[in-house]
Structure formats: structure tokens, C-alpha cells
Design a binder for this molecule. Structure first.
Ligand SMILES: [Zn+2]
Length: 127
């Protein structure tokens, strides 16, 4: 079974770096778990709101430059936040990224403040 992005997910990737969009488009085709894009490019105003709410720690988020996307797992079209779904999505994203030679960092691999929904282009290659 192969999933595909909704028009809404595609709209949310507007302004996101094309290399990351390509990786996510390939990832949705090979992921065993359906997912949607919840956020891509983020305005400084929205980032400030997220930092104030405690949802983000940094004013230098990769979302501000279109180098990051957040996803939400979908089961039968409904959003699920169960942790085990996210490593499965991440495997598909990593495989797609590897195939394209695009280095990706998954927030779920961070040792502190693990962020399962978050994927970004590696700063060392995409500053
Ligand atoms: Zn994020």
C-alpha cells in the first residue's frame, strides 16, 4: 500500500527547500504509516508564539528558513501521536533521503527534547 499527500499537506510545504520536499514526497510513497505535513515554513511571529508557549526553545528554528517540516501520523485519516509510529515514518524518510543523497536530521534522534514529528536538512550541508 502506498500513501500520498493531500493538497493541504502540499500547501504546507510551500516555501520549503525543494530538496526536503522531494525527500518527503518519496517518503510518503514508501512509508508503512500514512502521515501528513503539519508545518513547513514558519514566520518569526509564529516562532515567537511557540517559544512563549514552551513548544520551541529557539528563535533560530530551521522552520524559519524552510529547512524543516513537521509531520503527524495518520491512521485511517485520523492524527495519532503514538510514539512507535514515528520511528517507522522516520525510517522511510531516512531511506528516501539516503537514496537522493540529501542528509536529513530527525528530531526523534535528538538525545534531549526528542521531537518525533520533526525533520530537517542537515545544517552541515544545507546551512
Ligand atoms: Zn519542527
Amino acid at each position: 500500500m502506498s500513501f500520498r499527500f493531500s493538497a493541504r499537506s502540499r500547501r504546507r510545504m510551500k516555501g520549503v527547500h525543494p530538496a526536503l520536499v522531494e525527500v518527503m514526497e518519496e517518503a510518503i510513497r514508501r512509508s508503512p504509516v500514512d502521515f501528513m505535513i503539519t508545518e513547513g515554513l514558519r514566520s518569526p511571529e509564529r516562532q515567537a508564539v511557540l517559544v512563549r508557549a514552551g513548544a520551541s526553545r529557539t528563535s533560530k528554528s530551521r522552520h524559519l528558513t524552510g529547512h524543516a517540516v513537521d509531520v503527524a501520523a495518520l491512521i485511517d485519516g485520523k492524527v495519532r501521536w503514538d510514539w512507535p509510529l514515528y520511528p517507522r515514518i522516520a525510517l522511510a524518510v531516512k531511506a528516501a533521503a539516503h537514496e537522493r543523497g540529501v542528509p536529513i536530521v530527525w528530531g526523534g534522534d535528538w538525545p534531549t527534547l526528542r521531537d518525533g514529528p520533526h525533520f530537517e536538512l542537515d545544517r552541515r550541508v544545507f546551512p
